[in-house]
Structures are given as structure tokens and as C-alpha cells.
Design a protein around this ligand. Structure first.
Ligand SMILES: Cc1cc2nc3c(=O)[nH]c(=O)nc-3n(C[C@H](O)[C@H](O)[C@H](O)COP(=O)(O)OP(=O)(O)OC[C@H]3O[C@@H](n4cnc5c(N)ncnc54)[C@H](O)[C@@H]3O)c2cc1C
Length: 425
């Protein structure tokens, strides 16, 4: 199931881009026209490095044009948990990167004048169980003590000041996260790449990468080829078997989203009062936000194997939305779509360069709307030999995820397990 998203239906005008035909040369060839690949191209073009982006479908056709548009601080795991795993210093650097990523996006939007409804009103993480609020309180305290980062806890009895919902048991709120129209940001970034001299080919799937010498690489498509000095692969969860090592280091997990019809503005404003990004602490989480045209966008997890499956999943998602926001019981759902979220084994994004010279960045685990633009910039710096290879997300040796070929089954089983954990925890 892959129908039209509300973002596609409300997108800014996009130019028709050419299909690669014949042989072309450039400095760097970039595979993947999402946030990551376009950010690499953008930052290289700023330094007058000639780039070509090859996109299998259209710009933003992968996750970048179909996500929830929640531009969030942090990672899928809490910073407390990351500090335990990687040490305080590494976790501090990782947290700072997540803040920097949103600043970078804000700057690009301003400098390139990208109309994408960017609103920096923060993020609300709602507690699904009373015990989850205790966890959120510990996280809030940790963020303050370790990083002097200010955030707040909203107790259950005050939650009405944030949400028109009594479903949750309180919430954690930060003021630094944002929301945007993800496809319009992506299209704006693509335009900025082209304005700076980069070339983007659409409907031009890379089918083979051949490293000829350390500074010559050939990337083939069905109708042509690019001869370049460097190559980067930025396909995240939308892998096509192009690079075995990268493919086996990422697991795609499907997520489904719906958008209501435009609601009466006063009703819509009540739902999420400060127009923040929002999600909850369930392992099979819900995420939700308002749009600029007063719709509710509501997402969750779900693999849509068949049409019947899809109907049931979207019915359940709608039920979930009405459980959280009972005032939406009569709201018509106008758009339903799905997409693939990329996870690494460690559930943090990876950036680096493999021994064969291929650069990469992927595996944002549902937090890529923010982080992908920054990692794209850092890849560009790596390509210019100006990068800091000691960054805690650098994994130049990629280990395959155990039992990767079984991942679809494993993800299905994990979802039942997570449902069970949500029930008992
Ligand atoms: C439904 C959904 C909701 C999400 N919500 C959020 C959210 O609210 N907040 C958040 O932070 N993150 C969210 N995410 C995750 C976020 O969208 C991604 O982390 C981010 O878009 C990744 O960007 P990317 O450029 O790395 O990958 P993508 O945007 O997926 O781009 C990869 C591109 O590579 C192309 N490609 C693949 N193979 C080839 C090939 N062989 N040749 C040429 N091109 C190729 C694909 O067509 C695709 O366009 C969500 C994801 C989904 C699917």
C-alpha cells in the first residue's frame, strides 16, 4: 500500500527532471534523492564540487517526502540509555548533533527561502503509562544535569494545556524541536542544489557501482552512466541490492500514516494547543501533529502486506486517533499512505566510508527528518577530507545485521512482542 500522501497532494510545484541518458562526468555521484543525498549535494555544491544525484523515482519519493514531518531532538532511545551504552562524552556529542541538525535545517530554510511551513514550537512526548512518566521525569532531569538542557514535564492533570486528550498520563516537552512539510523541504533542497549548479536525474536507478581506481568510479543506470571521483549511497530503507554491505546493515520497518480532512481551525488548534510535534511512549508508538491547513496527521506502525491488511491497519490507526482525540470521531480521513523507516542494529544512525571508497549515512530510526540534513553535511565534509572521523556515529566497518534475510519475519514477530510489552509494562 503506497497511496498519495497529504504532502504530495499539497506540494509546491516541482519541475520535471531529466532521465540520465548516455555518459556524463562529475566530481561526486550521489545515489538517492532524499534529505540525506540532497544535503550531501547541497553542501558539496556550496564548495563548488560538481555533483550528480541519481534518483530511482522522483525527489522525495522515499521516506523524505512521506514522513510525519516531525523534526526532533535526540534519538529513538533516551539520552540516558545512550550515555550508558556509549559513555557520557559520546552521548553528549550525539545530543549536540541532534540540536545542531535542527539549527542547520532552520538556516537552510531561511537562506534558500524554502516554503515548507517550518514551525519551531517544540515536541511533546506523551506518557502511555504512569510508569512511563516517571521515566520521562528521569530523562528530563538527566538532560538538565548532564547538558544543561531545559525541558519540562507536564503532569496528567495539566495535560489539557497541551492536548485535547485525557488518554495519556502526562508528557515531556522540549521547545527546540520543530515540524515542517517534509516534501516541500525536500523539493526546496533539490532546487537549491540545482541553483548551485548540481544536476538531479529522476527515474534513473543506479544499477551498478564499479570502482575503477581510488579516484575513479562508474555508476551505471539502465540508460546511462556517470563517471566520477567519489560516490555516496544514500538510499536508507529503500535499498535495491546495489551494495551488499550497506543493504545488510539496514532493516526497513513500515510505518503508516493518515491525514484528516481540513478541520475547523478552532477545533484543530485545540487538539495540539501549541502546534508542537507529538508522539507517545508506546513501543508501537503513535505520532501526530497539525498541518498548516488544519488537518490532523496521525501515524503508527504497521506492515501492509495485502489490501485487506491495509484496510484493517488503517481502520485500527483511525480508531487509535479517535481514542486519543475523541473530538475527531466524525472527522473524515482524506489521505492514507505508508513508507519505510530504516533501522540499524544499534538503532542509531551510521555515517562513514567503506574500504571500497563508498560513502554512506543511514538508519535514522524515525528521527531522520532532523538528522539526515546534518549527516549529509558531515558526509560532504568527509568527501572534502575535512570531516571529523571520530564522531560517535562513524561506523566505517559495517557489520551485517544477524539473520538479516529473515528481517521481515523478525519485524513481524517483534511487533507482537512490543504489543505485549506495551500491554504489561
Ligand atoms: C511513514 C514515515 C514517517 C516518518 N516520520 C518521521 C518523522 O516524523 N520524523 C523523523 O525524524 N523521521 C521520520 N521518518 C523517517 C525519515 O523520513 C527518514 O529518516 C528520512 O527521510 C531519511 O532520508 P534519506 O534521504 O536517508 O532516505 P529516503 O528519503 O528514503 O531517500 C532514499 C532515496 O533513494 C532512492 N533510491 C533507492 N535506491 C536507489 C537506486 N538504486 N538508485 C537511485 N535512487 C535510489 C529512493 O527512491 C529514495 O528516494 C518517517 C519515515 C516514514 C517512512
Amino acid at each position: 500500500m503506497n497511496s498519495m500522501s497529504v504532502w504530495e497532494a499539497t506540494a509546491n510545484e516541482r519541475p520535471k527532471r531529466p532521465v540520465l541518458q548516455g555518459e556524463k562526468t562529475c566530481d561526486v555521484v550521489i545515489v538517492g534523492g532524499g534529505f540525506t543525498g540532497l544535503s550531501v549535494a547541497y553542501h558539496l555544491q556550496q564548495r563548488n564540487v560538481e555533483t550528480v544525484v541519481l534518483e530511482k523515482g522522483v525527489v522525495g519519493g522515499g521516506a523524505s517526502g512521506r514522513n510525519g514531518g516531525e523534526v526532533l531532538i535526540g534519538y529513538v532511545e533516551s539520552m540516558r540509555s545512550l550515555a550508558k551504552k556509549y559513555g557520557r562524552a559520546a552521548a553528549r556529542q550525539m545530543f549536540q548533533m541532534s540540536l545542531d541538525s535542527i539549527d542547520l535545517i532552520e538556516r537552510i530554510i531561511q537562506e534558500e527561502d524554502i516554503a515548507c511551513d517550518f514551525q519551531r514550537n517544540g515536541n511533546l512526548l506523551a506518557a502511555y503509562k504512569p510508569s512511563h512518566l516517571d521515566d520521562l521525569k528521569r530523562e528530563q532531569q538527566f538532560l538538565y544535569e548532564a547538558y544543561q538542557f531545559e525541558s519540562k514535564i507536564v503532569e496528567k492533570e495539566d495535560l489539557h494545556t497541551e492536548l485535547d486528550s485525557s488518554f495519556y498520563h502526562g508528557a515531556f516537552v522540549d521547545e527546540r524541536s520543530a515540524i515542517f512539510h517534509p516534501l516541500n523541504y525536500c523539493l526546496g533542497l533539490a532546487k537549491a542544489v540545482e541553483r548551485r549548479g548540481g544536476t538531479i536525474y529522476e527515474h534513473s536507478q543506479a544499477t551498478k557501482i564499479e570502482r575503477v581506481t581510488p579516484d575513479k568510479v562508474i555508476v551505471e543506470t539502465h540508460n546511462g552512466r556517470i563517471v566520477a571521483q567519489q560516490v555516496g549511497l544514500f538510499v536508507n530503507a529503500y535499498t535495491t541490492g546495489l551494495h551488499d554491505v550497506i543493504d545488510r546493515a539496514i532493516v526497513p520497518v513500515e510505518s503508516i500514516v493518515l491525514a484528516t480532512e481540513p478541520l475547523p481551525p478552532a477545533l484543530c488548534q485545540q487538539l495540539i494547543k501549541h502546534n508542537r510535534a507529538a508522539s507517545d511512549t508506546k513501543r508501537l508508538l503513535y505520532y501526530f501533529r497539525r498541518t498548516a491547513d488544519n488537518r490532523m496527521v496521525f501515524g503508527g506502525s504497521g506492515r501492509t502486506a495485502s489490501k485487506r491488511d491495509a484496510r484493517t491497519l488503517f481502520d485500527k490507526l483511525r480508531e487509535g486517533m479517535v481514542t486519543v482525540f475523541p473530538t475527531l470521531k466524525d472527522a473524515k480521513v482524506e489521505y492514507k499512505w505508508s513508507g519505510k523507516v530504516g533501522f540499524t542494529f544499534e538503532r542509531i544512525p551510521y555515517i562513514g566510508q567503506l574500504e571500497d571508497g563508498t560513502h554512506f549515512a543511514f538508519g535514522y530510526a524515525g528521527h531522520g527528518a532532523a538528522m539526515s540534513t546534518l549527516l549529509g553535511k558531515l558526509v560532504a565534509l568527509n568527501m572534502l577530507n575535512e570531516g571529523d572521523r571520530h564522531n560517535p556515529l562513524d561506523r566505517s566497518r559495517l557489520k551485517p545485521i544477524p539473520f538479516h534475510s529473515q528481517h521481515a519475519r523478525a519485524v513481524g514477530i517483534m511487533k507482537y512482542y512490543f504489543k505485549f510489552l506495551d500491554y504489561i509494562s
